[in-house]
Design a protein around this ligand. Structure first.
Ligand SMILES: [Zn+2]
Length: 234
């Protein structure tokens, strides 16, 4: 029994991080350093340092291949954000909530939701998402930013990545976060988690932070978690 315990436990962790995610995993209630599917991104690829540099192994392998291909075309991809768990996201959200000048209520939540997720609803919980180079809109209008975005649009799909937060408009993505040119998702894993999220998570699972009562009114799951673009081939 004792001899069996460790491999079984490790096997279970492999599954949690991959094809059969638990509710806790989907909600970001994960300690990345203890999940064997997660590894640290090496310093040459990122500005992040422990404990902010964890990502799923498969996402990292795909990112490194994509980064090498981009370098050959004169484009440098540096990870500026990787995985954040529920508790880190709660800290970020509540800081924004407390500093906001918008009257407390749904309008305040909506204003923060332009670019920031409520805890339990961020794709960065899953180890499948990477932000590249800069989250500043101004960078993506510089020659370097324009070249980088063009390269990603033309090539990221070859490595399994796509942009979930595209431009919004009629016939396009209509709800949710504003466009994020820096945010790229490793679709082979993130699509599994999004489908499971749709199946397993409801408003009642999203608790324990300031502003939580506006979740239903703002249709956070429908508009923000599920209201993402899909890759063209899907
Ligand atoms: Zn992001």
């Amino acid at each position: 029994m004792v001899l069996c315990a460790l491999p079984l436990q490790l096997g279970a962790q492999e599954i949690i991080g991959a094809a059969q995610p638990t509710k806790d995993f989907l909600l970001g209630k994960t300690h990345f350093e203890k999940d064997t599917n997660f590894v640290e991104i090496a310093p040459q690829y990122t500005v992040l340092r422990r404990p902010n540099n964890f990502i799923q192994k498969r996402t990292l392998e795909a990112f490194i291949k994509m980064r090498e291909a981009a370098l050959k075309d004169g484009v440098k991809l540096t990870a500026t954000s990787a995985s954040r768990n529920f508790w880190v996201q709660r800290y970020i959200w509540e800081q924004k909530w407390q500093k906001s000048t918008v009257a407390a209520g749904a309008a305040r939540a909506r204003s923060i939701l332009q670019y920031n997720s409520m805890c339990g609803t961020s794709r960065h919980h899953w180890g499948t998402e990477l932000d590249f180079n800069s989250p500043k809109l101004s960078y993506w209008n510089t020659p370097d930013g324009i070249k980088t975005y063009k390269w990603l649009c033309e090539n990221a799909h070859k490595f399994g990545f796509y942009q979930p937060y595209t431009v919004k408009g009629p016939g396009l993505r209509e709800h949710g976060y504003n466009e994020e040119k820096w945010h790229w998702s490793y679709f082979p894993l993130s699509n599994i988690y999004m489908q499971k999220y749709k199946e397993l998570i409801s408003d009642e699972d999203l608790k324990g932070f300031l502003g939580e009562k506006h979740i239903g009114e703002l249709k956070v799951i429908e508009h923000y978690v599920l209201g993402v673009a899909m890759p063209p081939e899907v």
